[in-house]
Design a protein around this ligand. Structure first.
Ligand code: URA
Ligand code: CA
Length: 441
């Protein structure tokens, strides 16, 4: 088999065979095919697309390029959740505890990664002493005993995807549905869960800006999952503005604690109840999403969700008193309100720009080597549809440098669009995609 022929076949609109897909993934992973040939193939796929069979084959080939995690020594149906990424997305810190409290085992392997804020592990390190260092045996025991553990991503999952994704990133070939779907699903499948709930974001703060394309991506991923025997459901949700109010690490932990107390932002609470309900159904802990939702609402109002967070923090060496006393969490030295330039209704908030402002403050990593400042970030006070009076604050900046605070302030002001006519609030849940089809709301 020759890579040249595979490139030409796809360039001319042909369908790649399973053998051809396996060949290029195996050989590329081993370093036997140069980046320039794989770049050409990615561009050919970008224009000529792949059908469902090719996409499923590509996913399986990437899963098989590295190790796969075996979670069979953990009792029960393991349900994983994946979000395609947004700004201020604190859901794991809330979903993990409430779903675990309902009896679904949460065996989460999280990364740190690049982004506007840190990942789940960085956020959890806001609890003094919290660590993801543990043996595999400890991890399994914690999930079996407490239904939840958060570990670091040590294994080399889907190494072919790692190479391909990096290459696509610099060759303008990321935004192809088949390539994104296979990339995300290969990592999820390799991570070993029995069932998967996907949160596919749509809007200005998501990498899929158009709703139609987001549903298409959701359907593709659901089909791949079900194809390989993982019960998969996707929820398409709004990312036209940041989720909740807080964007930062310790600030999002505080927001998660509020939400577990039933005092969180409406949108964040709704998203967690929706995703969590599907996790309970897939995990066999509820017959219907309606029943599941009642169970989760009860877990929040009874304080069982908050108790589960306390248990998780303590089990992994963190100081659980922070859960009851969030003022102990890392705190920035400067707290500065951002004052609206004029009066009116909030028409839009560029989620990406709010994320970049958080990054400027030091909440995230620009490169793998960057240090994260857990204390900094932004708390929004106004969301789309809200009314703001002249002189009223639209947000508060938490910073440790006056210069960065000033830069972030300008970015936040220009991210907000304020108009005089009334604005309708955004619908958060756009639709649900299952193997039976798409349901839009
Ligand atoms: N996230 C991924 O992991 N892969 C993609 O291709 C796009 C987003
Ligand atoms: Ca948030």
């Amino acid at each position: 088999m020759r890579m040249y022929d595979i490139i030409m076949k796809k360039r001319n609109g042909g369908e790649l065979t399973t053998e051809e897909i396996n060949y290029f993934i195996e050989e590329y992973t081993k370093g036997n095919i140069p980046d320039y040939q794989v770049s050409a193939l990615m561009m050919a796929i970008y224009f000529q697309k792949m059908n469902k069979r090719e996409t499923a084959d590509l996913t399986k080939a990437m899963v098989n390029s590295g190790v796969t995690i075996d979670l069979s020594d953990i009792k029960g149906v393991k349900v994983d959740k994946h979000s395609t990424g947004g700004v201020g997305d604190t859901t794991t810190l809330i979903l993990g505890p409430i779903v675990a409290a309902a009896g679904v085992p949460v065996a989460k392997m999280s990364g740190r990664g690049l982004g506007h804020t840190g990942g789940t592990i960085d956020k959890l390190e806001s609890f003094k002493g919290f660590s993801v260092e543990m043996t595999r045996e400890q991890f399994v025991n914690n999930v079996n005993d407490k239904k939840i553990a958060i570990g670091g991503q040590t294994a080399d999952l889907a190494p072919a995807d790692k190479k391909l994704y990096a290459l696509r990133d610099v060759t303008a070939t990321v935004d192809n549905i088949s390539l994104i779907a296979s990339s995300i699903m290969s990592k999820k499948i390799a991570a070993g869960a029995d069932a998967i709930v996907l949160d596919v974001k749509t809007g200005s703060g998501a990498f899929m800006k158009e709703e139609e394309a987001s549903f298409e991506l959701a359907k593709e991923m659901v089909d791949i999952g079900n194809n390989v025997g993982r019960n998969t459901v996707a929820v398409v949700t709004d990312m036209d503005q940041p989720l909740g109010f807080a964007v930062g690490n310790a600030l999002e932990v505080k927001e998660a604690i509020d939400t577990l107390k039933g005092e969180g932002p409406v949108d964040l609470t709704e998203l967690c109840l929706t995703l969590g309900s599907h996790m309970l159904v897939l995990g066999g802990q509820a017959e219907s999403v309606e029943e599941a939702r009642k169970i989760l609402e009860d877990i929040i109002s009874s304080g069982k969700g908050l108790a589960k967070l306390r248990e998780l923090v303590e089990a992994q060496g963190g100081d659980p008193s922070y859960v009851d006393n969030p003022s102990l969490l890392p705190k920035a030295s400067i707290e500065q309100p951002v004052i609206a330039a004029k009066e009116g209704y909030i028409k839009s908030i560029k989620a990406d720009d709010i994320g970049k402002a958080a990054l400027v403050l030091g909440a995230g990593r620009e490169t793998k080597e960057s240090e994260i400042d857990l204390s900094v970030g932004i708390v929004l006070h106004k969301k789309i549809g809200d009314y703001v009076k002249e002189g009223e604050a639209i947000a508060t900046i938490h910073a440790n440098s006056e210069e960065k605070q000033k830069t972030a302030e300008e970015m936040i002001l220009s991210a907000y669009e304020i108009v005089s006519e009334e604005v309708k609030k955004n619908k958060l849940i756009k639709g649900i995609v299952t193997k039976d089809g798409i349901k839009t709301f």
